[in-house]
Ligand binder design. Structure first.
Ligand code: ADP
Length: 590
């Protein structure tokens, strides 16, 4: 996947490197022009010049002697301007590439998050996912930017080195050995960068996780007076990031001064050497100039290499999330789901959240009749929500099959199956937008009368009438500005507006105000007539209305049948029923 992103921009890499090399070549020509320039002032003996230099001398021979210096000066200036323009174009191209690749990586990872099987998203922490999406994508694209830099500095070094060889092979050999030693010394000092880089990715994830927790857990943190402990945890994570990045910067920063000091020694050596033979001055001046230019390029090369090493962790994190073989999406089926008419049937279904964990659903076989209300009951952790996920095909069973009117769910187009279903989750997630937008999220093209129908049916109109902006009221992050009962009614309207054949509802376990509870029950009764309702029931009143009850315990279906049949059997259901009755007949404060 990373390669796919890169491939579409592959053309720009040769362009960037080509422009870099062109800039170096023009610079080389400009620098070489110093030979005839110095020659005007301090004529050299033709025997000490390299053969090719004669062409440069000849270029200006046609001009009168008094204008020659000015002409050569002008030519040098033109070369400098040309190089500056090319460098400018090149950095714009690189900046474009960098932002483009960050954008593509970000959107592709986001796409992957939306399509990968839910288990993989649930398994990762929100912090680490956010970190990869935000920070690591730009660090990865920085790495690509550095690769371009590496190639540019590498080829520029090659251009300058060629020029040095052309000027004086002997001196170049000595300089090359010295530069090699310098590079080895620098590498030794900076060898630590790679492991630091990996740690930086981890530290960044943890920091993002702490941030999201402090924001999402705001009520718990304050209610339990844990601000100080949270502040300390945050401080620790932030300190770790600061420390790691400081160490990485110091190492990267060390490369510059270190190679500068070493190369300065080299330059002084060459100067001293060159002054031994003044007749050779034009060649040596240019040699010095090129060497002077070469040195920062070698340095850039080293800096880019060190930084690139430090970005290994970021690339690994990005590649890992982009890799669809480790986190596959649910495969889509070929058939379009028809409106179901008979039953949704689970045949010996087993599902595990993780290999090695006990199954959340074990060998479950039962039918949910179409057109009836089925209640799923059972103690907490029994697997009720998991059953709903299997029915929605948010996950696939590890063993067994879910069939709808005899057709395996796997064979249906996902979108066409989900089209048949309206879902109301237990912690109803609302988007931070208006109540209306949250409702039409269920069917973006719904006409106004359907919106009003859903609003009425789910009893949203009752509380909306009291809000100053009515349906246009913005609900706050996750709907924080509304009560639990109001949120669930909006979620119900969002499901109903789809006019689904099957309504799946995970009843809120936390007590809603009894008015909301009654209204939701009423909406279910009205909507559920002649339609299929699957409700994970926590309330006696809901179970009472159900045609069919499934009892889950420890991932297994222990009983199923009508409520009266189950009561008569005297199993877990009648126990739960007694408990529930006890709870609900306690005097209410309302
Ligand atoms: P219920 O809805 O009846 O309370 P669930 O279906 O939520 O039960 O959970 C069934 C079992 O699966 C529990 O043991 C629970 O800990 C486990 N479980 C639920 N969701 C996940 C998840 N995302 N990852 C791992 N285990 C999970």
């Amino acid at each position: 996947m990373l390669l796919t992103v890169l491939r579409s921009h592959l053309w720009s890499l040769p362009a960037i490197v080509g422009l870099g090399v062109l800039a170096a070549l023009i610079d080389g020509v400009g620098l070489s022009l110093f030979m005839p320039l110095v020659d005007q002032v301090s004529p050299s003996s033709p025997t000490t010049q390299p053969m090719w230099a004669q062409y440069l001398f000849d270029l200006f021979d046609g001009l009168p002697a008094e204008r020659r210096v000015a002409a050569i000066g002008l030519a040098i200036f033109v070369a400098i301007v040309l190089r500056a323009v090319i460098t400018l174009v090149n950095s714009a191209l690189q900046a474009w590439l960098n932002t483009r690749i960050t954008h593509e990586l970000r959107t592709r990872i986001h796409d992957r998050l939306l399509e990968m099987e839910m288990r993989h998203v649930e398994r990762a922490t929100a912090g680490s996912l956010l970190n990869v999406l935000t920070t690591e994508t730009w660090r990865t694209s920085d790495a690509l930017y550095l690769v371009a830099h590496l190639l540019i500095s590498g080829s520029t070094v090659l251009v300058y080195a060629t020029l040095l060889v052309l000027l004086s092979p002997g001196l170049t050999a000595i300089v090359a050995v010295a530069l090699l030693v310098i590079s080895l010394v620098v590498r030794r000092v900076t060898g630590h960068a790679r492991s630091l880089g990996r740690h930086a990715t981890k530290a960044n994830s943890l920091l993002t996780e702490r941030m999201t927790e402090s924001i999402a857990g705001v009520v718990v943190i304050r209610a339990f007076d844990r601000q100080r402990a949270e502040a300390a945890r945050f401080e620790e994570a932030s300190q770790d990031v600061a420390g790691t990045f400081l160490r990485m910067s110091i190492i990267a920063g060390l490369v510059g001064p270190l190679s500068e000091v070493l190369s300065a020694g080299l330059l002084v050596g060459v100067v001293v050497y060159s002054l031994q033979d003044p007749s050779n001055l034009p060649v040596l001046v240019v040699f010095m100039l090129v060497l002077y230019r070469l040195q920062p390029r070698v340095q850039m090369f080293e800096v880019a290499r060190t930084e690139l090493n430090a970005l290994g962790g970021a690339i690994e994190a990005v590649v890992d999330l982009l890799d669809d073989s480790t986190r596959p999406a649910l495969p889509d089926g070929p058939l379009t789901a028809a409106r179901p008419t008979e039953a949704i049937t689970f045949v010996d279904v087993t599902f595990r959240y993780d290999t090695g964990m006990p199954p959340a659903i074990a060998n479950a076989s039962f039918s949910v009749p179409i057109g009836k209300t089925t209640a799923i009951v059972g103690p907490s952790g029994a697997g009720k929500s998991t059953l709903a996920k299997l029915l929605l095909r948010l996950v696939d069973p590890d063993d067994g099959e879910v069939l709808v009117d005899g057709v395996p769910l796997r064979d249906l187009r996902l979108a066409s199956w989900r089209d048949q279903i309206g879902f109301v989750g237990q912690d109803t997630y609302l988007f931070n937008t208006s109540i209306r937008e949250n409702i039409v999220y269920g069917r973006p093209d719904a006409p106004e009368e359907d919106v009003m129908d859903a609003v009425r049916l789910a009893h949203v109109d009752e509380f909306v009438a009291d809000l100053p902006a009515g349906l246009e009221t913005v609900v706050g992050d996750h709907g924080t500005r509304l009560s639990g009962g109001q949120r669930q009614r909006i979620a119900l309207a969002r499901a109903i507006i789809r006019k689904p054949e099957i309504l799946v509802l995970d009843e809120a376990t936390n007590a809603l105000d009894s008015r909301s509870e009654r209204l939701i029950q009423d909406a279910l009764d009205r909507y559920g007539r002649n339609r299929t309702v699957v409700v994970i029931a926590h309330r006696f009143s809901t179970i009472e209305q159900a045609d069919h009850v499934l009892v889950l315990d420890g991932g297994r279906i222990t009983e199923h049948g009508s409520r009266d049949e189950l009561l008569a059997a005297g199993g877990l259901f009648s126990e739960l029923d007694d408990l529930q009755r006890l709870r609900e007949t306690r005097p209410s404060t309302e």
